[in-house]
Ligand binder design. Structure first.
Ligand code: HT7
Ligand code: ZN
Length: 867
């Protein structure tokens, strides 16, 4: 497969002003008639032919201005020469939605029709210049069987439904806003809706509806509330209003990703819509709120202003993730939200940046664009936006957003255009800052400091270095905003004055590290301070250089909750890694009692924060800190520490568990979530203590069945213990929820995550279970992707975990290359393991690569992983 390169970008030969689509829906044969008014693009050479992308289509007919034309059919579409400067093309194609197992283009799920066009699915519906810089106004007519498809939805505003008298009916949707074809959507079938409305601040009445399968109506309230809250938030915070008379959401259980922001018709994975307290956990509820907000926010950041080409993907995704993070932070605890986001960033993005698939936020080449919907493009992209906001300030950031929309509404633009708007609105030169978009890798930032008591001067030296990544051997310094403060020996925040400044500033300030080494001189510092650095995680870097004593001090005293949390986690990680080292020397380590004190002191703190802080760093987080990962030593050390904490603090943990017990109705506010989270954290330590009574307590919590958060927490805890309660609970859970796909996914996932030694065999058996379905991405992710996150069992020394994993990729690739490819990356981490595991992992990657007819997506991921 060939690479597409940013450097080769050329504007399209023709633009398409209007698109008039007619669908006659049938599962085995759908006819699509597409009428395009095209015009030569003045920005392109005037002899270039018209190219229309197409994939897996049957061409029935093409006319140009009413006359038949004979296009040249190529591997990737049609080329038509001699199209006049303005013309109307009419193209008829036929498709087989029922045979579409890729879930890209038009497909059938549960007897209903759905489309997914981002990134390149529209070319699987009709021949079209399938690139985001071709923006058109669409009308869409849907004709379908009345009984099979009482609901027919598309983008924009609906016209009346017309009875066609032959058992079919039809409707025409008109979208007044120009859009790229990746935002096209059609949904039709036997669906029911939950309705509401929203009035924008300028008085537009918007009908809201969520379409689901019959029986799921009682699980839409949270999604609807999240939608209305998002609409109000975007008006308040960014001055952005909705721009159509209807906003529809359709939920589908077969979906490659989380959701899709099609104009006026968002399509969602059911996982991010459906929730009732008995079926969904707090994490599910939060995920729904975030994803609903994310897709809604795309209406402006992505849809009204879109990407010129797919190398600009982070223009919409990084910015929209930043916006959804800010939204969620405003809904509950900002600090706890930030901690969660940073956990996710480190687990996914830092790991990506350290491996063979590292790429810049703006990549410069790809084989399959679907492979670039990555943590780097999304989450590091959001961090880059956040750093810009930190550097220029919130008010200037808002002015920059206003300027961006004023300049580029209804345009397809670049990341440079966005940064230019921020620069022009703030007056801050962002030229050097832009390197963040082009340089891959996570910078290592180290600090040194010294205090001159006589001069009352404090010197902070910040150094940075980024390790080479594939294709980028040389790295340059980045502009790194370091939000910081100084604490005195009592933990009091000091006002700070840099040399040359007129007056001291209270609270947090931002230092800009721009060189390999920067020195910052603080004056009038009365006593030796402790620096609190990277407050609120002001830059996506790895920070080192503070002693364990200072980290303990910061964990106890800092005014910034993120630094308190992070310092505590670093202390715990070093305790655990010391234990790992002792194991590796063939000795049995004890557990540092300071850990008991640290955990104990958290039990009386604010529950949501305490829950985050008392969880020990995960096995994968510890692995990230080792040159050669020792999965068994990490697992044993962490387990032993948890047991010791459970035993040492048993009574206090139990008292906290009891104090936080809540028999009232389930509530989804931050305080209630925090209470459940801390209580379940306590339960987990109690069971880790090895006490049989604690196991019974977990089983009682499971049996009480108060809400899915508590039930699943208890089940997860039990699934890690070899006891009769475990089997009873798993069996009862299956019986209770076997007909509910989203809940059954949890049953699969929890078993795949069990640390018990026979988990590989259990996963193998579950793959053969009647309810396992290799066509359903949610089910595959639940069982197989969860298993890859089970460090100690996935990396079983026999290689059985790798084999099972690669077998699944191999089985899946022929039917859904997109999802298969996205599963490859855990095997690509082979360099971090011992020689025997390396060989086994590489062998599986090679087995995948040796397949005849491997998809372009999986080829790209496997070949880069092995290189
Ligand atoms: N913009 C959406 C991306 C997406 C997608 C991409 C490739 C293949 C399938 C897909 N489904 C959705 C999701 C988002 O970021 O909002
Ligand atoms: Zn998005």
């Amino acid at each position: 497969p060939v690479e597409v390169r940013l450097a080769d970008y050329a504007p399209p030969a023709y633009l398409v002003d209007t698109v008039d689509l007619t669908f006659e829906l049938g599962e085995t044969a759908t006819m699509v008639v597409s009428k395009l008014s095209v015009r030569r693009n003045p920005a392109a050479p005037d002899d270039a032919p018209l190219h229309l992308d197409g994939e897996a289509l049957t061409l029935v007919d093409v006319t140009c201005n009413g006359a038949p034309v004979t296009p040249v059919e190529t591997r990737d579409g049609l080329t038509i020469t001699d199209v006049p400067a303005t013309a109307v093309l009419e193209i008829t194609t036929s498709l087989t939605p029922i045979a579409n197992t890729e879930f890209s283009g038009l497909y059938v799920s549960g007897g209903n029709y759905y489309t997914q066009c981002e990134a390149q699915g529209f070319r699987r519906i009709t021949y079209f210049p399938d690139r985001p810089d071709v923006m058109s106004r669409y009308t869409t007519t849907i004709i379908a069987d009345k009984a099979a498809c009482p609901v027919m939805l598309s983008n924009g505003n609906p016209g009346p439904v017309k009875d066609l008298g032959d058992g079919r009916h039809g409707i025409t949707w008109t979208d007044p806003h120009p859009k790229p074809c990746y935002l096209f959507a059609l949904v039709a079938g036997d669906l029911v809706s939950v309705k509401d409305s929203f009035t924008t601040r300028s008085g537009r009445h918007v009908d809201l509806a969520i379409y689901v399968r019959r029986g799921d109506e009682d699980r839409c309230a949270h999604a609807m509330q999240a939608l209305k809250t998002s609409m109000a938030w975007d008006e308040q915070v960014f001055g952005l209003e909705y721009d159509l008379d209807v906003f529809n959401i359709a939920a589908v259980s077969d979906f490659n990703m989380g959701a899709m922001e099609n104009k006026g018709l968002n399509v969602f994975n059911t996982k991010y819509v459906l929730a009732r307290p008995e079926t969904a956990t707090d994490v599910d509820y939060q995920g729904i709120e975030t994803v609903i907000a994310h897709e809604y926010f795309h209406n402006w950041t992505g849809n009204r202003v879109t990407c010129r080409d797919w190398f600009q993907l982070s223009l919409k995704e990084g910015l929209t993730v930043y916006r959804d993070q800010e939204f969620s932070a405003d809904q509950s605890s900002r600090a706890v939200k930030r901690i969660g986001d940073v956990r996710g960033l480190r687990a996914a993005q830092f790991r990506e940046d350290a491996g063979p698939l590292a790429h810049p936020v703006q990549p410069s080449a790809y084989m399959a664009i679907d492979n670039f919907y990555t943590a780097t493009v999304y989450n590091k992209g959001a961090e880059v936006i956040r750093m810009m906001a930190t550097i220029i300030g919130r008010q200037a950031f808002r002015r920059g957003m206003d300027l961006y929309f004023a300049r580029h509404d209804n345009q397809a633009v670049t990341i440079d255009d966005f940064v230019q708007a921020m620069q022009d609105a703030s007056g801050v030169d962002l030229t050097a800052f832009k390197r963040w978009y082009h340089q891959a890798g996570t910078p290592d930032v180290s600090v040194e400091d010294s205090y001159d008591a006589a001069a009352k001067r404090y010197t902070l030296t910040i150094s940075q270095e980024t390790k080479p990544t594939p294709g980028q051997p040389e790295k340059l310094p980045l502009v790194i905003p370091v939000a910081m403060g100084l604490l005195d020996g009592n933990g009091q925040e000091l006002a700070t004055r840099l040399e040359g400044e007129a007056a001291a500033k209270p609270g947090t300030r931002v230092l800009l590290a721009t060189q390999a080494t920067n020195r910052f001189e603080f004056v009038d510092v009365a006593s030796p301070p402790v620096p609190s650095l990277l407050r609120d995680f002001s830059a996506p870097v790895k920070l080192s250089g503070l002693s364990p004593e200072r980290l303990r001090f910061l964990a106890a005293h800092d005014t910034d909750p993120f630094v308190r949390w992070d310092s505590g986690q670093q202390v715990a990680a070093s305790v655990l890694l010391d234990m790992v080292a002792t194991f590796q020397q063939g000795r049995q380590p004890g557990v540092d009692p300071a850990l008991f004190e640290a955990v104990g002191s958290l039990l009386d703190q604010e529950p949501a924060f305490a829950a985050e802080a008392l969880a020990l760093p995960g096995e994968s987080t510890l692995a990230d800190k080792m040159t050669v990962v020792d999965v068994d030593a990490i697992h044993t050390a962490r387990d032993r520490a948890r047991t010791a904490i459970g035993q040492a603090l048993y009574d206090r943990l139990r008292a906290t568990y009891d104090r936080l017990s809540d028999t009232g109705p389930y509530r989804i506010d931050g305080a209630s979530i925090g209470r459940r989270s801390l209580r379940n954290g306590c339960l987990s330590y109690l069971v880790a203590s090895g006490d049989a009574a604690a196991v019974r307590l977990a089983k009682a919590q499971f049996d009480a069945g108060q809400n899915m958060t508590d039930v699943l927490a208890a089940l997860g805890i039990l699934s890690g213990v070899d006891c009769p309660e475990r089997l009873d609970a798993l069996a009862a859970f299956y019986q209770a929820w076997r007909h509910d796909p989203l809940v059954l996914d949890k049953w699969f996932a929890i078993q795949a995550l069990s640390p018990l030694p026979d988990t590989v065999q259990a996963v193998q058996a579950l793959k053969a279970h009647a309810d396992f379905d290799l066509r359903n991405p949610n089910r595959i992710r639940a069982l197989i992707s969860s298993f890859a996150g089970n460090q100690v069992r996935f990396h079983d020394p026999s290689g059985a975990g790798y084999r099972l994993y690669a077998d699944t990729i191999i089985q899946l690739d022929p039917t859904n290359g997109q999802v298969a490819a996205r599963m490859v990356s855990p095997l690509g981490q082979w360099r971090r393991y011992d020689a025997a595991r390396q060989a086994l992992m590489k062998q599986e990657l090679q087995r995948i690569l040796d397949l005849p007819n491997l998809s372009r997506n999986t080829f790209e991921m496997a070949s880069k992983s092995l290189a």
